[in-house]
Structures are given as structure tokens and as C-alpha cells.
Design a protein around this ligand. Structure first.
Ligand code: 1GP
Length: 246
């Protein structure tokens, strides 16, 4: 089964998925089985830097989790991963981010033969100047402009994209609000990925309840790897309760 079908099947069955985001520049190549044990999907990527090939190779040796590239640049593309999120920053008005980088990467991606999933990526203001905002030189959409966010997500679906990613930016102070997630969920039928600033199982559960199919967590697990098991999704009982998460 392709990775896209895997995500679509989960989404249709209302199954929720946790994706752990590993930055190749910040992730040691050891202990990856434990680092990814609560995840359904492993995303590999960062705003800058290389090393995605080494990290992907190590992940494929140490875990059986699907490894999906979420590349910040063309150097992070490797055919060793299971799939590639081929994204366009639809919230941007910077042509490089909308189509320039994609053209630059197109031949290498095609040659690699990797499963490529077209994705509409929508940057939303998370209350910090995020590195994605910096590297894409793009203004995020304010959280209050739900209409614009929903219109952008509908455009993604009309353009034939297969996933929508609502991104508050790594380390966001304010994750994407449940009002936004709910409004986008009602407007499009594509699987919905939500990330940026999610630090507690409760925030993850709220995003799921509002309609997210996949929640992405990076920063929090880099700082608190010991908390990873607390985020394990238990489909029948919801997220494991965690009384002592700070
Ligand atoms: C960033 O949405 C992801 O692209 C994850 O954000 O690092 O804040 O979890 P965090």
C-alpha cells in the first residue's frame, strides 16, 4: 500500500496518526527505535541543512515506521525514504516557494522514483517569527483570518493536492486553533495535517477532536524525549492521561 493510501485509509476510518518530525541536523543516528516508538509516521526534514539521507538510512535500519521526507530544501531529498511530501507554500506570495523550488527539484524527484505526495502547505501565525517564515520569506496568515485559511485549503483541493498541512511553525507559541482546524475540516475532504507548537497530549487530542488526521510534533520531543511515550495514541481510550506534563 502506498503511503498516501495508508494515510487516506486511516483518515476515512477516523483513525488518528502521530507524526514525529526529526531534524537531520539535530537527531543522533542511534536509539531511533525508542525515539519513534509512539509515532505512526516519521517525518524527516528541517528548514536548513543536509543529512536527511544518513538519518533516513538509520531509521530504515532501526524501525519499521514509514519514513516520509518533509524537505526544507532539495538537498534533503533521498530515495531511501518511503515517500516525499512535495509541497507548495500556498500561503506565500513568493513565487519561489509556490513553484520555483518545485521546478528545481522536479527532475531529481522523478529520477529517484520515490512516492511523491502533492501537498498544500499553509503557514499560519504561531506567535513567533518561525524559521519556516524566515527561510520561505513568506508572511503567515493571521489566526483570525479563518476565511483566508479555509479558502487556501479549498484551493489546494481544487488544484489536485492530496494533503493539506496547517503549520504554525516549529516552536510556535500558539498552535493552530481548533476553530481553524474545524473550519478547514468542514470545507475540504483531504486528510489534514496539523503541526507547530504542540507540547501536550491534551493539545494533540484537541487538534484530533477538531478534525486533524495527523498531528506533527518535533520541537517538544527534541527537548523532552522522555515524554514521547505519553503521546501514544490509544484508539479506544483516547490519549494516555498525563497529569505531570509541564
Ligand atoms: C514544524 O509542524 C512542525 O514543521 C512541528 O512543529 O517543532 O513545534 O512541534 P514543532
Amino acid at each position: 500500500m502506498s503511503i498516501l493510501s495508508h494515510i487516506q485509509t486511516h483518515s476515512k476510518a477516523n483513525g488518528k496518526m502521530l507524526a514525529i518530525l526529526l531534524d537531520p541536523e539535530k537527531t543522533a543516528l542511534t536509539d531511533l527505535n525508542r525515539r519513534t516508538e509512539s509515532a505512526d509516521l516519521v517525518f524527516v526534514g528541517g528548514s536548513t541543512g543536509e543529512g536527511a539521507d544518513r538519518l533516513t538510512e538509520a531509521l530504515k535500519k532501526q524501525t519499521d515506521k514509514p519514513v516520509i521526507l518533509f524537505p526544507g530544501n532539495i538537498q534533503q531529498i533521498t530515495d531511501q525514504a518511503d515517500a516525499l511530501l512535495f509541497l507548495s507554500v500556498l500561503s506565500s506570495r513568493n513565487a519561489e516557494m509556490l513553484i520555483g523550488r518545485q521546478i528545481e527539484a522536479a527532475r531529481a524527484v522523478r529520477q529517484s522514483g520515490i512516492e511523491t505526495i502533492p501537498m498544500g502547505y499553509i503557514l499560519i501565525d504561531g506567535g513567533t517569527h518561525s524559521s519556516v517564515e524566515h527561510t520561505t520569506r513568506s508572511q503567515p496568515i493571521p489566526q483570525t483570518d479563518i476565511e483566508q485559511i479555509v479558502s487556501t485549503a479549498i484551493a489546494a483541493e481544487l488544484l489536485g493536492m492530496r494533503l493539506v498541512y496547517l503549520e504554525a511553525g516549529s516552536g510556535a507559541k500558539t498552535p493552530v486553533s481548533t476553530d481553524i482546524i474545524r473550519a478547514v475540516r468542514q470545507a475540504v475532504s483531504l486528510p489534514l495535517i496539523v503541526g507547530g507548537g504542540i507540547c501536550t497530549p491534551e493539545q494533540m487530542q484537541q487538534a484530533f477532536n477538531a478534525g486533524a488526521d495527523v498531528v506533527v510534533i518535533g520541537n517538544h520531543f527534541e527537548r523532552h524525549p522522555e515524554q514521547i511515550p505519553l503521546f501514544r495514541i490509544n484508539e479506544s481510550a483516547g490519549i494516555k492521561a498525563s497529569a505531570n506534563i509541564g
